[in-house]
Design a protein around this ligand. Structure first.
Ligand code: MSP
Length: 472
């Protein structure tokens, strides 16, 4: 038995959860449940990223005090994670006082690699942001939104010297000591690393107030990524408590867009702190709607709560864990969703359970003593490689094989012919296969597999009174 620490990206609370946010949680939860099946002890972090101007502006637009605004959205995320049946053990908000104090201590400890520098550029006061020279030229020196000339501003920032750690990070990535998944993204990261500049890690407090103050310099506020990335260890108590029991993380789950922060800035911070690097950083793709990026302006944003409420949590997990390749972009359309639900979940699996339980009950076969076989090697191989959609496909084939066996072996004919002994044997063996497949399905579909286990583990099998997945 080993200790396994898993983390998920912490979303910004500048709105309600959207469908893409679910990916980190359901993937990490599947991995967590798989490890629990193997007898490991799992710690699973989730939380929310609550600082920065982007969130502050949203609160202002909504006429809400900032704290009230972030509290409201953070609660929505927490509910969302629970609705997905993700069994997190630790939940962090970056506005937690503990986190903020620990983050300041982290800053102190990496200070040798931080230096002040002046940043100069064109600034729009209305937008509260810098524009590039290219934008400045294209707009003729005037902000099109605010009709005000850009001002040339210079501000003092602190910079984190990524260059101190580049060689070490490259070595760890190349040797897979810190495994970046999938492989093609590892290559992208190695390329980016070559050019990675030092990063600005603070803003003047006059420009950014909603954040963690830089220790010993009231004029500067920490850049949100330093604050956010630290969550993975502050939640374990770092630096007040020893984190050796859980750190390094067995796996950190993130979307492809934020892999570079996790594969470059984060390892640099850890090296500066003298801490080990995560064993795996696993990045998933994006969920599109009907082949297009979901966006409010296109009006194709799919509400995850609506999807969850349509056929329940297991159906949601089924679609996004099986029909979205773990490492690639995936697509959601209601048509595809309905078809996967009806023809696969309801037919292949729901009907199978109903059919088999009915035959077993009718013929008085006892299945309670049947122990599921140890987890299959191919399945474990795929799960260990984070190939969740492939592992799911593999188990689904097993489900289909059981259906095929029923059709081929026709237990009802054996009953008709009075071949009782053979009938008992066939039904027992089918129940055994179903128990084996059900166990492998349990990390993906925790709700339904629990019900199925209850049916076949009972002293007397009673078919479910309502179908597991009622047809829509
Ligand atoms: N706050 C940062 C993460 C800090 S982690 C120390 C952030 N937040 S986010 O809200 O923009 O994204 C949160 C997670 O959701 C990320 O893993 C991101 O990749 C993922 N997704 C956001 N949109 C997505 C899709 N459309 N599809 C799949 N995942 C998506 O980045």
């Amino acid at each position: 038995m080993s200790k396994v620490y898993l983390t998920t990206a912490i979303p910004y609370v500048n709105g309600a959860p959207h469908i893409g946010h679910a990916m980190d949680y359901i993937i990490a939860d599947t991995y967590a449940r798989y490890h629990k099946l193997r007898g490991d002890e799992v710690r699973f972090q989730a939380g929310t990223d609550e600082h920065g101007n982007k969130i502050f502006r949203k609160a202002t637009e909504n006429n809400l005090p900032i704290q009230e605004y972030v509290d409201g959205n953070a609660a929505k995320f927490r509910d969302f994670i629970s609705q997905l049946d993700a069994e997190y053990t630790d939940y962090i908000r970056t506005t937690d006082a503990d986190h903020m104090a620990r983050c300041q201590e982290i800053w102190r400890r990496i200070k040798d690699h931080i230096y002040p520098a002046t940043y100069g550029g064109w600034y729009c006061v209305g937008c509260e942001s810098y524009v590039t020279q290219k934008e400045y030229d294209e707009n003729g020196g005037v902000c099109p939104d605010h009709q005000k000339p850009y001002e040339h501003l210079e501000e003092e920032n602190y910079y984190f010297r990524i260059s101190d750690f580049k060689d070490e990070i490259r070595a760890r990535i190349e040797s897979d000591e810190m495994l970046i998944l999938p492989e093609f993204r590892k290559k992208e990261i190695l390329k980016m690393l070559e050019e990675a500049p030092d990063v600005s890690v603070s803003r003047p407090t006059s420009q950014l107030t909603w954040g963690i103050p830089v220790p010993d310099d009231p004029d500067q506020t920490m850049y949100v990524w330093i604050d956010a990335l630290s969550n993975y260890i502050t939640i374990l108590g770092y630096p007040d408590q020893s984190i050796d029991e859980w750190w390094p993380a067995a796996a950190q789950f993130v979307g492809k867009d934020i892999l570079r922060f996790h594969a470059i800035i984060w390892p640099a911070m850890l090296l500066a702190l003298g801490l080990p690097l995560p064993k795996v950083i696993c990045s998933h793709g994006f969920i599109m709607a009907d082949g297009q990026k979901m966006s409010k302006s296109i009006g194709n944003v799919v509400d995850p709560i609506e999807v969850l409420e349509k056929h329940g949590t297991d159906a949601f997990r089924y679609y996004f864990l099986r029909h979205v390749d773990t490492f690639a972009d995936g697509d959601f359309t209601w048509d595809k969703y309905e078809s996967a639900y009806n023809t696969e979940l309801a037919n292949d699996y729901g009907n199978l359970v109903q059919r088999l339980a009915t035959m077993i009950a009718k013929n008085g076969v006892s299945t309670s003593a049947l122990e599921p076989a140890p987890l299959d090697e191919t399945y474990c191989g795929l799960m260990d490689k984070f190939e969740f959609s492939k592992a799911f496909d593999y188990v689904w084939e097993k489900v289909q094989q059981i259906n095929k066996r029923i059709d081929d072996e026709k237990p009802w004919m054996l009953a008709k012919a009075g071949e009782t002994e053979k009938l008992q044997q066939v039904l027992t063996s089918l129940a055994q296969d179903l128990k084996d497949a059900n166990l492998m399905l349990s990390p993906f579909l925790p709700g339904a597999t629990k019900k199925v286990a209850d049916v076949f583990d009972a002293e007397t099998v009673t078919p479910p009174t309502t179908p597991l997945f009622p047809k829509a």
